[in-house]
Ligand binder design. Structure first.
Ligand code: SF4
Ligand code: SF4
Length: 346
């Protein structure tokens, strides 16, 4: 994270806002990936309602809806996830240039099942993240129809960040992660390579869950590979955070600084983008680890960035409380989502 970005985010927190917003742009996805958290029953935390059952919008209703949420939340960084956001590529053709014009950094997370328009290369604040589930034989089984062949065609005119979630199956074969990094390092379309580690829900028994030994080996391997392959764009300090993830959502800077909203543009996904009841002790989210590393950074002897963050959050909550007080005196009625947010943080 650049110093200017940290200062911007700090300013937003002091003002009582969350600097990062994630929107599940659509409930639809042509894939059925094993281990996908978005379609789990508990994802939305609402009994009996899953992402597929939520109402979502299309066309200008979606474009205007997203811009309205962005105006309300004023994030510095916006992630567009799904379902697969490319299902709504016509809306994205309008939305992405507008968000760029507003100076918002956007991360579009996709399986690249559809061609990524070359005109998006001109959007300097856009980062396209393509999810790849390991080497071709395993990936193609898990992510059909977004196979390697199809992804390579769809990203042919783009430069993308390749993101792989490490699963237990990948750790069964020695050298697997290196083969993956080598393959994608040689592709001209690859801007950078990121890894997360599969994060289960509490009590889950998915075959993707790494054992303690596999997790330790994965961390050691990533620390080694980052020295050899420059496109593996992960700080050693962030990789080491995989050794001791945040104890709970309350301890997770990522969860505290990011608001996730689902496809109806109203429902909040909590406590973080995984929804449900994630097992923080086995968290492998790259964003959470990156921010934890920032939080553990010593600013001054005995003072970490995380301690400054906690104090800033308290100030931000007071700002929100004062704002709510002023508004209730003026009999202003806040939109429902905003009231929920203020109640949550106050
Ligand atoms: S592409 Fe993403 S949203 Fe779609 S099924 Fe796979 S993991 Fe889930
Ligand atoms: S991102 Fe990871 S550590 Fe943070 S709340 Fe979610 S599961 Fe827990």
């Amino acid at each position: 994270m650049k110093t200017s970005e940290v200062l911007h985010a700090w300013g937003a927190i002091l003002a009582g806002r969350r600097p990062s917003l994630s929107i599940e742009l659509t409930r639809e996805c042509p894939l059925r990936c094993p281990g996908c958290y978005a379609y789990e029953d508990a994802h939305l935390g609402t009994a009996g309602i899953t992402l597929r059952q939520l109402s979502d919008s299309k066309g200008s209703a979606l474009v205007q809806g997203v811009l309205r949420v962005v105006e309300e939340r004023r994030p510095l960084h916006l992630s567009l996830v799904g379902g697969d956001p490319l299902v709504r590529y016509r809306e994205l053709l309008e939305l992405l240039p507008e968000l760029d014009r507003r100076g918002i950094h956007v991360q579009l997370v996709t399986s690249a099942f559809r061609e990524i328009p070359a005109e998006w290369n001109a959007l300097s604040r856009l980062n396209i993240v393509v999810s790849v589930d390991g080497l071709q034989p395993e990936h193609d089984v898990r992510r059909k129809p977004a196979t390697y062949e199809r992804i390579l065609k769809c990203i042919a005119h783009s430069r993308v960040s390749v993101h792989c979630t490490i699963t237990s199956q990948m750790m069964h074969r020695e050298g697997y992660l290196e083969e993956f990094v080598k393959f994608w390092s040689l592709r001209k379309e690859t801007k950078r390579i990121w890894f997360s580690i599969f994060t289960p829900q509490k009590g889950a028994v998915d075959p993707e869950i790494l054992t303690v030994q596999e997790r330790t080996r994965a961390i050691a391997e990533l620390l080694r590979l980052r020295e050899v392959y420059p496109l593996l764009d992960m700080y050693a300090s962030a990789i080491k955070e995989f050794e001791h993830p945040p104890a709970s959502p309350r301890d997770c800077i990522f969860a505290s600084t990011t608001t996730t909203i689902s496809a109806d543009l109203k429902t909040r996904v909590t406590p973080c983008q995984f929804g449900g009841d994630p097992n923080c002790s086995q968290c492998g989210c790259i964003a959470s680890m990156g921010l934890a590393a920032v939080g553990h950074h010593q600013l001054l002897p005995g003072i970490t960035t995380g301690q400054i963050f906690t104090v800033s959050q308290l100030i931000g909550r007071s700002v929100n409380a004062l704002r709510s007080f002023g508004q209730s005196n003026e009999a202003v009625v806040e939109p429902e989502v905003e009231v929920e947010e203020e109640t949550r943080v106050a």
